[in-house]
Design a protein around this ligand. Structure first.
Ligand code: 5GP
Length: 210
């Protein structure tokens, strides 16, 4: 692996389509490039949804264990999102960085803000829905939430969109395929920064210098 692992921190209001976007990008990048991109597995106190696996989608823990981790300072950040707690483990981030594994973190705006305030190195990417109307349509299309939950998520979304200004990159998720390409583009460009590539340059240049 080339040097330290990178971090891509993606957040968006609920319903902006960030999970589908992240999953598509993971699949494309891992299918086309030898340098892997890994989904950052967070801890949560919510129950697994159908098809979700512990250690794959999330580490599912109870409130007591989450409290213990908070007390022990094991989280780089944690936040209450829709009445459940979610957190990113400090150790998980450190180990990935040391092993040279690039991580894709899909976390809410509060979490991203906490990481930025800690000056955690990474590319901070905000996904914006094309309009409020479209966001509402997407939230309703899921068909899993009650009207009360939808209204709560919408009013929260209004606060969350204001956060866009604190990020490095902004993607407007209008056409899904274009948004996938834009997110891939950011990740690929960050991987090609000179500071990241430096480790690979010397052996190539040495051949020219012989
Ligand atoms: P869901 O329950 O639908 O998987 O996720 C709900 C929300 O929690 C999403 O906005 C997601 O980005 C956020 N989330 C997931 N993991 C973390 C985390 O480790 N920290 C924070 N702050 N938010 C997270």
């Amino acid at each position: 692996m080339d040097g330290k692992g990178l971090r891509f921190i993606v957040s968006a209001p609920s319903g902006a389509g960030k999970t589908s976007l992240c999953k598509a990008v993971l699949k494309n990048i891992n299918g086309s490039f030898s340098r892997p991109l890994k989904w950052s597995c967070s801890y949560t106190t919510r129950s697994p949804r159908q098809g979700e696996r512990d250690g794959d989608d999330y580490f599912f823990v109870n409130d007591r264990e989450f409290d213990r981790m908070v007390q022990a300072g094991e989280f780089a950040e944690w936040a209450l999102v829709h009445d459940r707690r979610y957190g990113t483990s400090q150790r998980y981030l450190r180990e990935a960085e040391e092993k040279g594994i690039d991580l894709l973190l899909e976390i809410d705006c509060q979490g991203a803000r906490a990481l930025r305030e800690k000056k955690l190195a990474g590319s901070y990417i905000f996904i914006l829905p094309p309009s409020r109307e479209e966001l509402e349509r997407r939230l309703r299309r899921r068909g899993t939430e009650s009207e009360e939950v939808i209204q709560r998520r919408l009013s929260r979304a209004l606060e969350e969109v204001e956060e866009y200004r604190f990020y490095d990159y902004l993607i407007i998720n209008d056409q899904f395929e274009s948004a996938v390409k834009e997110l891939e583009g950011i990740i690929l460009a960050e991987r090609d920064r000179l500071s990241i590539r430096e480790a690979k340059v010397k052996p190539i240049l040495d051949q020219f210098r012989r």
